[in-house]
Design a protein around this ligand. Structure first.
Ligand code: SAH
Length: 355
């Protein structure tokens, strides 16, 4: 017999949940109680909603599901970084990471299963985009990673970056809804300015972020400030070139007054010379920006190599001398493939092959 597909209750708004209760002849405030369990108390099991009677809980179970994510496995890097595969209700897998640093506890979360952008240097780019994550699935990653910060480091989660699998701006509505619940007092109540959404550069959606007056931060994965080079490594640049992305960021800055971060992976003999730094400087001068130069993390394709550290230092020094803040970001969690661009369910795909 075909199993009936139940509605994921976390796709409903508070009003819709209340309406469902009223329709069944119950009081609206029951809906409020359920909503609190789902979001503020991050409860993923109707049976644990202890202030509801058995009849109500059974009615919820018969009519709805909670499509929570489950920790498939957890790996701890020798630098303390923790990575996990999260199993979604329909069997897909995504990955999330906790990155501990002195002051900060950062959660790196995924926004899609796979990715459609095929950036040449990124392991996720080699997977197909299977589907978008729901706001609840985004929320669950933060809840779980937050619990690891407490459990392993006795520290609260301080930052969230959307730098896991997927392109957040191609799952715009769900990412914004997820962030709304992460920041709302009805949810986790975290500060929006501790959240960074990273994009490969979808100009139209960057403008939409500005129009929606978002309060979180934006990072652009730039990696080359020259269209010919950027086209070679990021096919999205062909339809969203540097001029279009630059203009959208100018608009974003005008509307939100926020300083944009550029992520720039330094590739050996490709984008780490002084001419490249000059082009990057010109791009940065359009609006207040800062640059994070990222070490390339090998993804096993043999196509790229990590730049020499003295070249990276010279590159940053040039930017700094010319008034742009530029910091080198050393990779974390490389031994467990948890670093930027290494999230591709590797462990799981290997497991699938050998099974
Ligand atoms: N799609 C979004 C978010 C995911 S990527 C984006 O493109 O920004 C998160 C960051 O990891 C990006 O800056 C991305 O360019 C970087 N990254 C991808 N592959 C990498 C690799 N092999 N080494 C280092 N950084 C990488």
């Amino acid at each position: 017999m075909l199993q009936e597909v139940k509605t994921d209750i976390r796709l409903l708004s508070l009003t819709e949940i209340k309406e469902a209760f009223v329709k069944k002849g119950d009081k609206a405030f029951r809906g409020q109680q359920v909503y609190e369990w789902l979001w503020r108390k991050s409860c993923v099991d109707f049976d644990l909603m202890s202030n509801l009677n058995v009849e109500t809980r059974n009615w919820l179970k018969e009519n709805f599901a909670i499509h929570a994510i489950k920790v498939e496995d957890k790996q701890v890097s020798n630098d303390g970084t923790i990575k996990s595969g999260f199993r979604l209700h329909d069997g897909h897998l995504v990955e999330g990471v906790l990155i501990p640093a002195d002051e900060r506890m950062t959660a790196c979360v995924s926004s899609q299963v796979g990715c459609s952008l095929t950036c040449k240097f990124c392991a996720t780019g080699k997977m197909d985009r299977e589907r978008n994550l729901t706001p609840g699935e985004i929320y669950d990653q933060v809840v779980l990673i937050k619990s690891w910060a407490m459990q392993h480091f006795q520290k609260p989660l301080t930052n969230i970056v959307f730098m896991g699998m997927g392109e957040p701006l191609l799952n715009y509505a769900n990412v914004l809804k997820g962030i709304e619940m992460i920041t709302s007092p009805e949810g986790l109540g975290m500060a929006a300015d501790r959240i960074t959404v990273s994009t490969a550069g979808i100009a139209k959606m960057i403008r939409k972020l500005a129009d929606d007056e978002v309060r979180f931060n934006l990072a652009l994965s730039l990696h080359a400030a020259n269209d010919i080079k950027r086209n070679q490594i990021m096919p999205i640049n062909e339809s969203n070139n540097l001029k279009a992305v630059g203009e959208s960021l100018k608009y974003f800055h005008q509307k939100t007054k926020k300083r944009v971060t550029f992520e720039y992976i330094a590739f050996k003999d490709f984008n780490e010379g002084i001419q490249d730094a000059k082009e990057l400087l010109a791009f940065c001068k359009q609006f207040p920006a800062k640059v994070n130069v990222i070490e390339y993390n090998p993804t096993g394709d043999g196509q790229f190599e990590k730049a020499d550290s003295n070249k990276i230092d010279q590159f940053c020094a040039y930017l700094e001398r010319n008034g742009v803040v530029a910091k080198v970001r050393r990779s974390r969690g490389k031994d467990i493939d948890a670093a930027c661009g290494q999230l591709a369910n590797k462990k799981h795909s290997e497991a699938l092959v050998t099974e």
